[in-house]
Design a protein around this ligand. Structure first.
Ligand SMILES: Cc1ncc(COP(=O)(O)O)c(C=O)c1O
Length: 401
């Protein structure tokens, strides 16, 4: 299926740019790909860089005079690129394998006691929720469930209803994977901090989709995926931990990077490095870091973050309007979408069945469990024409129900 980008939104320069972007993304040409929230497409250059690094390992071996130093430099570069993206210090970034790992690190590291409370929401993803289940079973932590993330509720008001002096952490997403709502993190963080709780944020849907200046957002920890909005390889991600929270969030795992200078006394005394890299116990597959860096460079330097954020917001609005106009469609996302996630349902057909019906036409969307709805996820590389094609396909299905 070919999709010719239109310039409805922003003129010929935009069209050229979108064509160049699309030429870098082989995975979006064999189908109508509208599921960036699950996985972003891997750019050709990132794949090439990853393969070149893997080939070098194959022929030169995985350890040699320069290999170790090169791996360290690549990891340092990746931390620096995440720090630039999030507006924080490089020393506040730990490289991880995904968002779920980051959430586990931040949550397992707090000094839990029986009866402590943690506030979260039924709309949260298992990547943030399941680590909390572990805390409940291991430490007797009390889970306070809210419905934050549903569009007819004010998140700050809902948090205020359940916050207590026993609340140790508030665990919420930047952008809800269930409704596409952007949560007002600054206000939520201020409220959490007013009782001494930390805001641990699941940013799988967030980093790379919307601006994420972590200090302005007020978050204490912010867990990112490399493989979604950052178009990196699988098995990449990062965790931001605010500098002044390092002491509060203990290491649950420890490896070379967890001990300052890589050495400890044989009595077991050690000093962790004054940086979030202390949480990195399992090193990333080195070629994946090379691929990730290539993706981050492409996004930041060749395309530009401002352009990306504006384009995602623009397509989100376009998508909302296109879907809302179809008879039988009920919108689940907020009315003023500024995100790449647009949720809806179609009367007379279960979301899973609609996903399957569209997949038969090589149109890739997904459905989410709570609220049970379909989700269209538009990346910066999508076009208005593609959204029109989707809307047309849904309208035809709607007519024939
Ligand atoms: C909100 C949210 N959190 C966490 C995850 C899991 O991400 P990862 O595979 O990077 O752990 C997802 C994936 O879809 C998600 O949407």
């Amino acid at each position: 299926m070919s999709a010719e980008p239109t310039t409805r939104a922003r003129g010929a320069a935009n069209r050229e740019k979108i064509l160049a972007i699309r030429a870098e993304l082989p995975a979006i040409h064999g189908c109508l790909y509208l599921n960036n929230g699950t996985n972003g497409p891997l750019p050709q250059r990132s794949h090439d860089a990853l393969i070149a690094a893997a080939t070098e390992e194959l022929h030169e071996g995985r350890i040699g005079a320069t290999t170790w130093a090169r791996g360290v430099a690549n990891a340092d570069a990746a931390r620096a690129k995440f720090a630039a993206l999030l507006g924080c210090g490089t020393d506040e970034i730990a490289l991880t394998h995904n968002t779920t790992e980051g959430m586990n690190i931040a949550l397992a590291g707090l000094p839990w006691e029986r009866g402590d409370e943690v506030i979260t929401a039924t709309t949260e993803h298992p990547g943030g929720l399941y680590p909390l289940y572990l805390l409940k079973h291991r430490h007797g932590v009390r889970l306070r469930m809210t419905e934050i993330g549903l569009v007819d509720l004010d998140p700050v008001e809902e948090l205020g209803k359940v916050l207590t002096a026993r609340t140790k952490a508030v665990v919420l997403s930047h952008v809800s994977w269930a409704t596409g709502m952007i949560l007002p993190l600054r206000e939520l963080a201020d409220l959490a901090h007013s009782v001494g709780a930390l805001l641990i944020c699941d940013a799988a849907q967030g980093s790379g989709m919307v601006p994420a200046p972590v200090y302005d957002l007020g978050v204490d920890a912010y867990a990112c995926s490399g493989q979604k909005w950052l178009c990196g390889p699988d098995g990449t991600g990062a965790l931001f931990v605010r500098r002044d929270r390092l002491a509060e969030i203990s290491q649950s795992y420890i490896g070379y990077a967890g001990v300052q200078g890589g050495r400890s006394s044989h009595e077991g005394y050690y000093i962790p490095p004054p940086a979030a890299s202390r949480y990195e116990a399992a090193t990333l597959y080195p070629p994946s870091v090379v691929g990730l860096n290539a993706s981050l460079d492409w996004l930041a330097d060749d395309i530009g973050w401002e352009w990306i954020y504006a384009r995602i917001a623009e397509l989100g609005r376009y998508c909302y309007d296109a879907l809302a106009a179809i008879p039988g469609v009920t919108m689940v996302s907020p009315r003023d979408p500024r995100t790449g996630l647009t949720h809806f349902s179609l009367a007379g057909i279960a979301p899973a069945d609609l996903t399957a019906r569209l997949a038969e036409q090589q149109i890739v969307i997904r459905h989410t469990p709570h609220p049970n709805a379909n989700r269209v996820s538009t990346g910066f590389y999508n076009t208005e024409d593609e959204i029109d094609q989707l809307a047309e396909a849904i309208a035809v299905i709607a007519k024939n129900i």
